[in-house]
Design a protein around this ligand. Structure first.
Ligand SMILES: NC(=O)c1ccc[n+]([C@@H]2O[C@H](COP(=O)([O-])OP(=O)(O)OC[C@H]3O[C@@H](n4cnc5c(N)ncnc54)[C@H](O)[C@@H]3O)[C@@H](O)[C@H]2O)c1
Length: 435
């Protein structure tokens, strides 16, 4: 059981997201108060992030774009310049001439050589830790979409290389879990902190999706061992996405961990499986459902469940927190609410507003001179997600401390090319090795 308010405040202070920036200046040296934004990875999220950047701050300009694949870039640019997607004045602050559109393996490096102040990282997450470091090395503030890593090596790289560098250089890091910005969730968490559901006794995090997510384009006649195939179908491959458990369910795990005060479990045990209709390797090596129990000691448990399977019940992003006096629910669809001794119904989730809000705090921090780094809480959730996935693949129960020692490294040094990448089998407890 997690005791009320004092325990929360102690962990919240330890997570301290905001510290004073010694001196703030825009990398471009712009005198006109404009923040220049570069976006990397122009798929679904990157395309959304461009518009949200322009909505989040009226002096933001999007000035550079990067994507590994020219066809993805062309589709995005067509959308931005077509007059329907960016309108009502937003299009005037989309200022990306051909010279600042970069494609190919070194597209990020080229974008970082421009005078952007901030980079929005919206590529598949295995690349994120290394992209964050490169951006900070180049003196840019960072917005990093969730998840921010997919394995222990990536998580440690963020802890040891990325976060200290940002601190040393006085640069901001904002991360991309919009749940922590949804109005109803925020008010509900405040009520929970004030004891409205009593002491917390258990929690459950769900993400049920009624379809497989696979990546948008299915390259024909391409060998699945080609990196290009795997990058295009990244959602289906564990090494690049972290599997749905880390890639998508992190939203629910993060909201639950927020409610629990961003603590760490003591023990983890889970299992996972894969719908027999999925073909290997064309539909990747990932699992299609997971169930994980996190034991926090003192009798407190988080039950964590996710699924992506065609024709199944849809319940995206839903979290329940049970207390001695009531229950708090955080749904992506519908209203945040508390039932029990002091019932309350909060605002309905507005995901679009959350997407804008998670960038807005970055631009506000940059302008105010108060350095923002809110990566610590998400990194904690990210570690917890990685631990749960590994326990589920192996069908083993382990002490949480084990994951911090794990040697798992899907992309050593962040290095890759478009050659071959050997395929790995679907994880099974009979063969899966914890490393
Ligand atoms: N917060 C949210 O609600 C939310 C929603 C969707 C996706 N996401 C996250 O955003 C990220 C991107 O997801 P998406 O759905 O937009 O994927 P996507 O496949 O639609 O887009 C990814 C883009 O990145 C490009 N790319 C891949 N590797 C690259 C590299 N090394 N360098 C440059 N470009 C590269 C691809 O060509 C593609 O255009 C993921 O981390 C995902 O988890 C967050």
């Amino acid at each position: 059981m997690l005791k009320g308010r004092r325990e929360f405040l102690a962990t919240a202070a330890a997570m301290g997201a905001i510290s004073l920036m010694p001196k703030y200046s825009l990398a471009s040296g712009a005198a006109d108060n404009t923040i220049r934004v570069g976006v990397v990875g122009l798929g679904t999220r990157g395309t959304g992030a461009v518009r949200e950047a322009l909505m989040a701050d009226e002096n933001v300009k999007v000035t550079a774009l990067a994507d590994i694949f020219a066809d993805k870039m062309n589709a995005a640019v067509e959308k931005f310049t077509g007059g329907k997607y960016l309108k009502d004045g937003l299009e005037k602050r989309f200022d990306v001439p051909k010279e600042r559109i970069f494609t190919g393996l070194d597209s990020l490096d080229k974008l970082l050589a421009t005078d952007v102040d901030v980079v929005l990282l919206c590529t598949p997450p295995v690349f994120r830790p290394y992209e964050m470091k490169k951006a900070l090395d180049a003196g840019k503030h960072v917005f990093a979409e969730k998840p921010i890593c997919v394995d222990a090596a990536g998580a440690r790289y963020i802890e040891n290389e990325v976060v200290p560098l940002a601190e040393k250089k006085g640069l901001c890091i904002a991360v991309g879990t919009q749940g922590r910005h949804l109005e109803g969730f925020v008010e509900g968490i405040n009520r929970l902190r004030d004891g409205q559901i009593g002491d917390i006794v258990s929690a459950q995090a769900f993400y049920y999706q009624s379809s497989y997510l696979e990546g948008w384009s299915m390259p024909k006649r391409m060998d699945p061992e080609d990196m290009e195939f795997q990058i295009r179908r990244w959602l289906a491959f564990i090494w690049i996405s972290g599997d749905q458990y880390v890639e998508q369910h992190i939203h629910s795990i993060d909201a639950a961990m927020w409610a629990l005060g961003d603590i760490e479990p003591v023990e983890v045990s889970g299992f996972a499986g894969r719908d027999a209709s999925l073909t290997w390797p064309y539909q990747g090596d990932r699992c299609s459902h997971f169930s994980v129990d996190y034991d926090f000691g003192n009798g407190l448990h988080l039950g964590s469940f996710c699924r992506q399977e065609n024709n199944s019940y849809n319940m995206p992003y839903y979290v329940r927190i049970h207390g001695t006096k009531g229950m708090f629910e955080m749904p992506l669809i519908g209203n945040a609410r508390i039932s029990g001794e002091k019932p309350w119904v909060g605002a309905a989730s507005n995901n679009a507003a959350g997407q804008v809000a998670k960038q807005k705090i970055l631009y506000q921090a940059m302008r105010s001179g108060k350095r923002l780094d809110n990566s610590k809480a998400l990194l904690n959730s990210n570690w917890i997600a990685i631990a749960g996935r590994e326990s589920a693949y192996a069908g083993k129960k382990f002490k949480y401390g084990w994951i911090k020692q794990s040697k798992q490294d899907f992309l050593p040094g962040g290095k890759f090319d478009l050659g071959k990448r050997p395929l790995t089998p679907v994880p099974s407890p009979s063969t899966y090795k914890l490393v």
